[in-house]
Write a protein that binds this ligand. Sequence first.
Ligand code: LLP
Length: 425
Amino acid sequence: MPAMLPGAPHLARADGALRLGGVPLAELARRFGTPLYVYSQAAMLDALAAYQRALAGRRHLLCYAMKANANLAVLQTFARAGCGADIVSGGELARALAAGMPASRIVFSGVGKTRAEMRQALDAGVRGFNVESLAELQRLSAVAVELGATAPVSLRVNPDVDAGTHPYISTGLRDNKFGIAHDEALAAYRLAASLPGLRVTGIDCHIGSQITQAEPFVDALDRMLDLVAAVESEGIVLAHIDLGGGLGIRYADESPPAADALVARMLARLDARGFGTREILLEPGRSLVGNAGVLLTEVQYLKPGAARNFCIVDAAMNDLVRPAMYEAWMAIEPCVERAGPARVWDVVGPVCESGDWLGRDRALTVEPGDILAVLSAGAYGMTMASNYNSRPRAAEVMIVRGEAVLVREREVIESLFAGERLISG
Ligand code: LLP
């Protein structure tokens, strides 16, 4: 067990019972069933406050990267706290609007925007598009002209810095599919400025996710500022600088910089280089919600064996894919502590794949019927859930001012095949 629980102080153990936002998690499992995602609204707002503190007095917009957790109540929480959203699909746009997020605070990122998505976003009046290729510039301009609109664009530049993170979630290297290569960016801005349907508004980068050092962010910022100077020397004004998301959280023993310290460092760099009055956009996802949530699961069977001991639980890779997909380590804690010697278990789900595990080699004292909590599951948990093995997706609960609120019902099995048709004849 890590020395301090990720998610503390909102997540804490008192009298042997694990509590989130003061509410005993085992009780929530009984009341709402398992698998169950539980989030603390206060933990999300605290994480946000660190960014807001550092940005106070600066023109800025915090665009929550909703791919991390897109529950409407989560979006509503951030919208009410003054945030915007970073979206990557028409589906995310619709969700953000449904949660009350003003379109004027939404930025649209992603390498593969379709014409329909561009139309949808222009109709809604989003704040801007983070454009990732020359072809996308051409398409966006054409779609905007058709609609009689002008699309605000910011180019996502690939600064070619190594964020030192997992290869699947690193995005700022030259060989990633993301962004416009640094040495092609100037030409791309010239094109953007010449196209009839576009209005250049800024510059954007995002170098990866779960970054635990400050240096890659500062390096990327420096590379961006070189470009800002070059682009503006041609008379193209970049009103905002979007530094993306990517700040990591503690899953095990990582010690990422605190959000306020990181932002302060970047602002100091902006000031030092004479760009201190520029509007700043950030797109944090994981660092706002990751340690605000847990996934609760009930132990079904214990299956000790010669080679490995399996603790089979009712949550699976379809509920939380990070361990299977990235070999991600996420802490697993019993919701009520049991006396007795621990044994080393592989905590696995019921899905028919050997890759279906939530944690390996975990020392736990467990019995069937016990509730376990997978920690740090507030980001990229529910949003990456699937219906593999025809498993309905989990319910979601948010702790709001000490009360548990059901913010998403458990999916019903019939809905899984409601849109399917038998062949007639
Ligand atoms: N902005 C853009 C353009 C992004 O692509 C992302 C994440 C973010 C912001 C937010 O990054 P964050 O602050 O959450 O690190 N599924 C993976 C993470 C994928 C991140 C993709 N892009 C995981 O579970 O670790």
